[in-house]
Design a protein around this ligand. Structure first.
Ligand SMILES: [Mg+2]
Length: 280
């Protein structure tokens, strides 16, 4: 069975591991299941997750982490093999994932600096990219937005890593990738293809990594409007974890096709749910 496992709110919450989950996943892999981690987070490089998950005892290798930047890179390769140069409005993790997939990456931050230092125009600074990928850019500026918008207006494909409006931090909610994407959309009048949950593309790319049909997968996530909707979009079954953003009351208010196949409050209940789903 393929388990598509969300990270924040399922395997850990912020910096703290959720008790028993890493061990449970290790047992599932030993019993023959495949585990692929799927996260909308556009900030980090896959190797960062491998280190963190391995330290918790979770079964992981770099190819089993499909973050929204990784899925974006895989999608771009597929959708237009002719694209070589990509402009990235986002953090360093986004740039590294695109470069790993063989693209020549121009970071919008570097392009904006060239505009300021060399008095060249925004289009020239972006190097005529075939696509603009927008994620969460913690160094966002008006000039960076300008470089991205100029390239899209000139015909580059507009891809969003995800459209999460907010990004949880230990200091509360900050604007998420979706807020940056909305600014670019407003300024260009162009709507992006979005890769992350609730869209289906992230889970489709994750299933492809192990050569599986996403309809045979079980999505394990804590987000009703992200994980559960993405699971439905690809025809996967789902387990809603109550270890993250969703409450039991919200879970029990779901009706008909909105309902997950199981709800689990902890690792113990997740294990029982997976046993049931395997049997059914
Ligand atoms: Mg989550």
């Amino acid at each position: 069975m393929l388990l598509l496992v969300d990270l924040d709110g399922v395997v850990y919450r912020g910096t703290k591991p959720i008790p028993g989950i890493a061990d449970l996943l290790a047992r599932r892999v030993a019993a023959g299941d495949e585990v692929v981690y799927v996260t909308n987070n556009s900030m980090w490089y896959r190797a960062d997750y491998v280190e963190r998950l391995a330290a918790m005892g979770a079964p992981v290798s770099v190819d089993r982490v499909v973050s929204s930047p990784r899925a974006t890179a895989l999608y771009l390769r597929e959708v237009d093999p002719g694209i070589e140069r990509v402009l990235a409005l986002g953090g360093p993790g986004l740039g590294r994932e695109l470069a790993d997939a063989g693209f020549t990456v121009v970071m919008a931050g570097d392009a904006a600096e060239r505009v300021a230092n060399e008095a060249i125009d925004r289009f020239e600074a972006g190097g005529r990219p075939g696509a603009v990928v927008v994620g969460l850019d913690p160094g966002l500026s008006w000039e960076r937005l300008g470089v991205a918008c100029t390239a899209i207006r000139a015909g580059a494909l507009f891809i969003a890593t995800n459209r999460d409006a907010t990004y949880p931090t230990e200091h509360g909610l900050m604007p998420g990738a979706g807020a940056v994407v909305a600014a670019v959309e407003a300024a260009t009048g162009v709507s992006p293809v979005s890769i992350g949950k609730p869209a289906p593309l992230l889970l489709q790319q994750a299933a492809r990594v192990v050569g599986a049909d996403p309809r045979a997968a079980v999505m394990i996530g804590d987000g009703i409007r992200t994980d559960l909707l993405a699971a439905r979009a690809v025809g996967a079954r789902s387990v809603l974890m109550l270890t993250g953003v969703s409450t039991r009351a919200e879970a029990e208010a779901l009706r008909g096709p909105e309902r997950p196949d199981a709800i689990a409050a902890d690792a113990f209940e997740l294990e029982a749910a997976l046993r049931r789903l395997r049997g059914g």
